[in-house]
Design a protein around this ligand. Structure first.
Ligand code: CDP
Length: 212
C-alpha cells in the first residue's frame, strides 16, 4: 500500500504521516528532508541555493543517512529548501530515490508537496492536508521554540506565506492537490483528531465504503 500525503507548510501532514506509517506498519519518508538536505549542503559549501549547477551536484550526492540532522530544521535551511525545490533538474534527480522508496515492501507513506501528483500518482490513498495560515504559523512557532530557536509569530507567518506562494507557483511539480486526493482540514483538529480523520479516510478508501 502506498499512501501519499501532501499539503502546505506546517499543515500537520508530517505528524499524520508518521503516525499512519507506525499504525499500518509502513515505511515513512518525509520528502521535505530531501530538499532540506540539498539546501544545507549548498549553504555549508557557501553556495547560493539558486545555483542550479551546484544544487544538482548536491542532489546527486544526497546522503539519506544525514536526514536525521537537527540542523535541517533551521529557518535558514527551510527557506533555502524551497528555493532549491523549484529547480526542475534537482527535482528530476531526486525522483528515483523517492519512487524506489514508495515501492518498498510492505508499503510506504510519503509526505511532501508532489507525492500524489508526480512521485506516486498511482498511490492507493491520497490526502491533501490543509489548515489556515494563522493556525499553521502558531504550530510552527511552538515547534521552533521547542527546539530553542527564536520565533516571532508574524515573521513565521510571513515565511510560511512566502514559501507557500513559491511552492505553488513554480512550474516544476507545484504544490497542488491531485484530483483524486481527499482534503483534510486540520484547522480545528487536535493531533489525535487529525490522525483519526486520516484513518477514517484511508479505511473508507481501502474498503470502498463512504466516509462517516
Ligand atoms: O515542514 P514544512 O512543511 O515546513 O516543510 P518541508 O515539508 O520539510 O518542505 C520544505 C520545502 O521543501 C518546501 O517548502 C518545498 O519547497 C520543498 N518540498 C518540495 O518541493 N517537495 C516535496 N515533496 C517536499 C518538500
Amino acid at each position: 500500500m502506498i499512501i501519499a500525503i501532501d499539503g502546505p507548510a506546517a499543515s500537520g501532514k508530517g505528524t499524520i504521516a508518521k503516525q499512519i506509517a507506525s499504525v499500518y506498519g509502513l515505511h515513512h519518508l518525509d520528502t521535505g528532508l530531501i530538499y532540506r538536505a540539498v539546501a544545507k549542503a549548498l549553504l555549508d559549501a557557501g553556495r547560493s541555493p539558486e545555483n542550479a549547477e551546484a544544487a544538482l551536484a548536491a542532489a546527486i550526492a544526497l546522503d539519506p543517512a544525514k536526514f536525521g540532522e537537527p540542523a535541517l530544521k533551521t529557518q535558514k535551511v527551510t527557506e533555502a529548501a524551497s528555493v532549491v525545490a523549484a529547480i526542475p533538474e534537482v527535482r528530476q534527480a531526486l525522483m528515483n530515490y523517492q519512487r524506489a522508496f514508495a515501492t518498498k515492501s510492505p508499503g510506504a507513506v510519503l509526505d511532501g508537496r508532489d507525492i500524489g501528483t508526480v512521485i506516486a500518482p498511482g498511490a492507493d490513498v491520497k490526502l491533501f492536508v490543509v489548515a489556515t495560515p494563522q493556525v499553521r504559523a502558531a504550530r510552527r512557532v511552538l515547534e521552533l521554540r521547542a527546539r530553542g530557536e527564536d520565533a516571532d509569530e508574524n515573521a513565521v507567518l510571513a515565511d510560511l506565506l512566502r514559501r507557500d506562494e513559491r511552492d505553488s507557483r513554480r512550474s516544476a511539480a507545484p504544490l497542488k492537490a491531485a484530483p483524486d486526493a481527499h482534503l483534510l482540514d486540520t484547522t480545528h483538529l487536535s493531533i489525535d483528531a487529525a490522525f483519526r480523520a486520516a484513518v477514517d479516510i484511508i479505511e473508507a478508501a481501502r474498503t470502498g465504503r463512504k466516509r462517516r
